[in-house]
Design a protein around this ligand. Structure first.
Ligand code: PGA
Length: 265
């Protein structure tokens, strides 16, 4: 039996005072659903504050990205070792906004190269996170053009191949995978629940084939992309969907609490 997990991805939002006010506003309602695991992924700068506020709760702290080296001359980067020291237990890897495949191209092409995570760097980050006992939330998903070309399953499988290359099942005991179709992120255009369930089942099938049944049956596969209080219950109660990675709705305490409640019984 897999517990549902709802993880809030705050992206580049929330100063530490704003983060503190948001946490204080949702934490008691989230605690009403002990059957749902909850994590918050604040920006790096707010992690210490949010960690202190959540210390006596069961809400986990996640990060949104990391660099794979332990330390050194890597200006601007944050390592899993640093995250572990701040109480971080989960970390998003391979989000479409860091893979350099933005769904929304109002961001100029020239910006893409600054993020440009690849399957190879995602794999390195996965290894570094696991070394520090931080659970990766591995994001995979296709762009609109890839979906229209009928390439969804192939694109997602190639992303899984790259990210999980070289790992054995025991190393990936706590892995979380998030299916996040790029065209559904921040657009308000949610993936239809049956189709989201089909792709999540395909991901579990891939895990089963490559890493074995024990790993595949315990790994949580989340859906992400325009999850809101109004669509969360339908999505989260599909047989192959174990919860959600939530962006916009996680910034609003009332909406986030409602999304967490939707994952409950
Ligand atoms: P959204 O973002 O809920 O705002 O669509 C989801 C995500 O990027 O993880």
């Amino acid at each position: 039996m897999r517990n549902k997990l709802v993880a809030g991805n705050w992206k580049m939002n929330m100063t530490s005072p704003e983060a503190a006010a948001t946490v204080e506003a949702f934490v008691s309602t989230v605690e009403l659903h002990p059957e749902v695991d909850v994590a918050i992924c604040p920006p790096f700068t707010a992690i210490p504050k949010v960690h202190a506020l959540l210390a006596k709760t069961r809400v986990a702290i996640g990060a949104q990205d990391c660099f794979w080296k332990e330390e050194g001359a890597f200006t601007g980067q944050i390592s899993p070792k640093m995250l572990q020291a701040e109480g971080v237990t989960m970390c998003i890897v391979g989000h479409s906004e860091t893979r350099g495949k933005f769904g929304k191209l109002e961001i100029p092409e020239s910006t893409l190269g600054f993020f440009a995570e690849t399957d190879e760097t995602i794999n390195l980050k996965m290894r570094a996170l696991l070394f520090h006992s931080i659970t990766p939330i591995l994001c995979v998903g296709e762009t609109l053009a890839e979906r229209k070309a009928g390439a969804t399953d192939r694109v997602v499988s190639v992303q899984l191949d790259g990210a999980l290359s070289g790992f054995v099942p025991d190393e990936l005991e706590n892995l979380v995978v998030a299916y996040e179709p790029v065209w559904a992120i921040g657009t308000g255009e949610v993936c239809e629940s049956g189709e989201a369930n089909r792709v999540c089942a395909m991901i579990r099938g891939w895990l089963n084939g490559r890493l074995g049944e024990a790993m595949a049956s315990t790994c949580r596969v989340l859906y992400g992309g325009s999850v809101k209080p109004g669509n969360a219950r339908e999505l989260f109660h599909q047989p192959s969907i174990d919860g959600g990675l939530v962006g916009g709705a996680s910034l609003h305490p009332v909406e986030f609490a409602a999304v967490v409640a939707a994952a409950g019984r």
